[in-house]
Design a protein around this ligand. Structure first.
Ligand SMILES: *Cc1c(COP(=O)(O)O)cnc(C)c1O
Length: 364
């Protein structure tokens, strides 16, 4: 799978879902979730005496919803540093809940300008939360979260980062990277199944948020945290089988190791870039600001090109390519997530080349 998630999983993770039936209100299951929550802290090097992880049943967007609606105090604002579709999603959440916010928009092809972030913070002393996505999965641009987090702290705000498409792939150290809250779902960097999402964040801030305006019943960070603290369980039914898969995926994550896994995604990305260049495709984002996880490729300028037909040709032969998410340019995406390596990419380019020949698509 060369789509930006759910990612290719190992067979051992798939099989970990096949377990005897269990009621998730059993102590045995709460014990499993306790271990899982601890392991998630380790993935982002979060000190257990300052940070906690809170699990939710839902896709990754539930985390954006929860962080935005739960962490803005009465009379305060959230500043969204916005250079793409996923940051725009946080802005949409603000709009839905009528949360006072600043949408600091900038080019989707570039990293945000730190001077503009500082100016916005200077001009708006009522900003309590700064928000920025680590990696805009729609383009492949990686954002300077450490610097943005430092600015947030300098101006007395907390920093929330959507790390859904980097956590478990690009090493993250929440303390060094100035991140108070980060988030992901199990099916991306951790290479588990979809249905489980989690927020890792500062426990003192979650406790303080008890007194913030409540804007959702199901998606409230404090309520879920409090339930976990009291009972060790999720407030409502957890995604039972996905949790078993995630526990297995975390075992495999620690066995592979943070550095080795990062290096593997990097070499897969480099193989994608090389293959794309060799065939003569053009790309959209400067590799210097690319995450190394997503490559946005321009449609070739040939009337024979049809993404759909090329997609189907590759899909029938075992490879999934993915549409782009850039409204101004026609692109598709090739991603380096999941349990894949360079040999898979080499195999893919054999098929893609065949597809181009089959449909008589010419590249420059
Ligand atoms: C995948 C992703 C999400 C979550 O998307 P869902 O479709 O809800 O799982 C959120 N943020 C980023 C940056 C992502 O890549």
């Amino acid at each position: 799978m060369l789509n930006p998630g759910p990612a290719t999983t190992t067979d051992t993770v798939k099989m970990a879902q096949v377990v005897p039936d269990i009621c998730p209100r059993e102590k045995e299951f709460a014990g499993l979730m306790k271990g899982l929550r601890n392991d998630l802290l380790k993935v982002v090097h979060a000190p257990a005496d300052q940070y906690t992880s809170v699990l939710f049943c839902g896709s990754g967007t539930i985390n954006i919803d929860i962080c935005v609606n739960s962490l803005v105090p009465e009379g305060k604002k959230i500043l969204v540093v916005n250079n793409g579709a996923y940051n725009s999603r946080a802005v949409e959440v603000c709009q839905m809940y009528h949360i006072p916010h600043i949408d600091l928009k900038s080019s989707i092809y570039e990293q945000p300008d730190l001077k503009a972030v500082e100016q916005a913070l200077k001009a708006n002393p009522d900003v309590a939360v700064v928000y920025c996505c680590h990696h805009e999965t729609g383009t492949g641009v990686v954002n300077p979260i450490r610097e943005i987090g430092a600015l947030a702290h300098q101006y007395g705000a907390i920093f929330v980062s959507d790390t859904t498409s980097t956590l478990g792939m690009i090493p993250l150290d929440v303390v060094k990277d100035n991140v108070d809250f980060c988030m992901a779902s199990a099916q991306k960097g951790l290479m588990a199944m979809s249905g489980l999402s989690f927020i890792i964040g500062r426990e003192d801030i979650i406790r303080a948020s008890k007194n913030y305006p409540t804007r959702s019943y199901y998606c409230n960070l404090y309520l879920q945290y409090e339930y976990f603290e009291k009972t060790g369980e999720m407030h409502f039914t957890p995604p039972v089988q996905t949790i078993y898969a995630t526990i297995q995926a975390l075992k495999e994550y620690f066995a592979e190791g943070e550095t080795a896994k990062f290096a593997r995604h990097r070499r897969v990305y480099e193989a994608i870039r090389k293959g794309v260049a060799e065939l003569g495709f053009e790309t959209v984002i400067d590799p210097k600001i690319e995450s190394g996880l997503v490559v946005s490729v321009k449609y070739p300028d040939d009337p024979n090109w049809s993404f759909e037909r090329v997609h189907d040709y590759c899909y029938e032969r075992g490879f999934t390519i993915y549409p782009g998410k850039i409204s101004t340019t026609n692109t598709f995406r090739l991603c380096s997530l999941g349990a894949i390596d360079v040999n898979d990419i080499d195999d893919f380019f054999v098929v893609l080349k065949q597809a181009l020949e089959h449909f008589r698509i010419k590249l420059k």
